[in-house]
Design a protein around this ligand. Structure first.
Ligand SMILES: [Ca+2]
Ligand SMILES: [Ca+2]
Length: 206
């Protein structure tokens, strides 16, 4: 199926789903119809524009950018484990990302101890927490029971529509300096003569 009308679809901000289709049964996840691989990013905003003026709508997706302590890639994804680890009735989320080949929790020792009180006995000093990974904090059984979200793309990107399949390419470095929360796509130079999008303006969180 070739997408000619993006308005038939809903582009989602869910981390692992970028395209849901409004069907008679409700919205269904159809990303597999349009994307070669799951596109797992920190998606903050999506804009539809015919970037190459071929008559087919393309997708510009705002993301975290690369100027961040957090790094995510296919080989070293950022992960969010969440479960009620201490059984007190509230969900405990733990975000992790890779540093020099090992994935460490984002939270500080103080934040961990505040979230899960019994951890005070396990990590009695900042030093013994400094190199702790998720496997040091939680048992394999606890982690296997937890749910997990994964991010492997942090660039703000453009998905070019190639006969109904969207092919990803990262925007230039200037678009990666911070979180992209808003995107304006328009041909600001030749607006009356062409529908081609020659400019993409982004608004960053900073
Ligand atoms: Ca296009
Ligand atoms: Ca809890």
């Amino acid at each position: 199926m070739v997408i000619n009308k993006i308005s038939d679809s809903l582009c989602s901000l869910q981390r692992s789903s970028l395209c849901s289709v409004n069907t008679s049964k409700g919205f269904e996840d159809h990303k597999g119809d349009y994307f070669e691989n799951p596109q797992q990013g920190f998606w903050f905003t999506l804009t539809i524009a015919d970037v190459d003026a071929d008559g087919k709508p393309d997708i510009i997706a705002g993301n975290l950018g690369t100027n961040s302590l957090v790094h995510a890639s296919d080989k070293e994804p950022a992960e969010l484990y969440y479960a009620d680890f201490d059984g007190n009735g509230s969900v405990d989320p733990f975000f992790n990302y890779y540093i020099q080949g090992a994935s460490y929790p984002f939270v500080s020792r103080d934040e961990l101890n505040e979230q899960i009180y019994p951890m005070r006995k396990r990590f009695t000093s900042y030093k013994n927490y400094s190199n702790a990974t998720m496997k040091d904090i939680f048992s394999a059984v606890d982690l296997s029971k937890a749910k997990k979200l994964t991010v492997s793309e942090q660039n703000t990107v453009c998905f070019m529509n190639r006969n109904g399949e969207f092919v990803k390419s990262a925007l230039p470095m200037k678009a990666q300096i911070s979180v992209v929360t808003k995107i304006l796509a328009s041909d600001l130079i030749r607006m009356e003569k062409s529908t081609c999008c020659s400019w993409v303006i982004i608004q960053t969180a900073g």
